[in-house]
Design a protein around this ligand. Sequence first.
Ligand code: PA5
Length: 446
Amino acid sequence: KKIKLDLKNVSPFVDEATVEKYAEKASDFRNDLLNGTGEGSDFLGWVELPSNTPEELVAEIEDVATHFRNTVDVLVVVGIGGSYLGAKAVIDALSHSFDMMTQENENPIILYAGQNINEDYLSELKEVLRGVTFGICVISKSGTTTEPAIAFRVLKALLEEQEGEDASNYIVAITDKEKGALRTLADQKGYKTFVIPDNVGGRYSVLTPVGLLPIACAGFDIKALIAGAKEMQKHLLLTSFESNIAMQYAAFRNALYDEGKKLEILVNYHPKLANISEWWKQLYGESEGKDGKGIFPASVNFTTDLHSMGQYIQDGERTLFETVLSVALPNQEIAIPETEEDLDNLNYLAGKRLDDVNKSAEVATTLAHVDGGVPNFRIIIPRLDAYYLGQLIYFFEFACGLSGYMLGVNPFDQPGVEAYKKNMFALLGKPGFEDETEEINKRIEE
Ligand code: PA5
């Protein structure tokens, strides 16, 4: 079984000839992804990851995960952007909604740091870690990113205070094979390390140790995740446009963009998918938002946000479209109880599963939004488990590569993220930024 893409509520909004224009180019762009003949070809290592990940690497990741699961109560994953969002997305999608309250959870609680520079956040994290047996999984491809480097410095100090000489047994670093400050530190201190392949960029790295190790530490089945991705890889690499869901998604969203639909909202009806949206926003926003172009990726959680953003989507500016993640079958079951008095007038729903009501909300909303001029993609996920998440991840990654090429951008670079860093380093007086410091201080004083 595979995840499916339903285009029924998109087709009426696009010109057939425009879709055809993109469809015709889809296999060439797929060849570019496979053969490295397009832009950004140094960063295509993710394309073959599902079929190429060695069993020994998976076994090594599982061994290290077992070590952490046996020795720590909390694992802090330190990273930002592509070095954190994928792990968080998958862990949250697979975890019990009230994980911290469940007694039987034998796996470490996963917490995150280095994804912001907020003093209250890090102080409060330190507060809860004091006296607790915790480990650190620090992730940075460059090994020099400011946010995780600061968080790691602070948390390492606490760990050393608590564990003394043993601290390095509680740390694992995932970084470049030779470059960067984190590599130097890890080698000197003798931390266990995993390598982020040179040819895989941050936002495409969830199926490398960057995502796999934290996910395995949280107790989830990384083999199933990879197997799902591999199944999707096979499908996307072999099928033609008529059945290829990544080619279709890429072509139709570009056709919508040409029609003036500049904003895509990823919608879910399942709170566990909220962070899949965060991961997806980085993937598409960083890959396509450049050269003055690109669909702006946004997200909502329904039905929650139907009571807030629903108004805008139904009635606001008509420049948006939605992509709905629809989980076909819930993993749990709960039916609406009957009451004798029926004071709340809900007996007409008695005996119905909550999922039936949720699905009715989904169908009703889709129809209303389509009537309001909002095209709707629907991605049907048979169940929320590691296997189908693997499929979803690979589908979105592959479609993103194709879609970026259709848009005429390099989907594998991110020159725009450097601008704030340059200013921040200048303001902080980082050695090597003396000229910039002088310039920015003048600008501020003016
Ligand atoms: O996609 C990207 O390249 C970024 O989001 C990076 O993953 C992020 O900036 C973290 O970089 P690093 O892993 O080098 O610390």
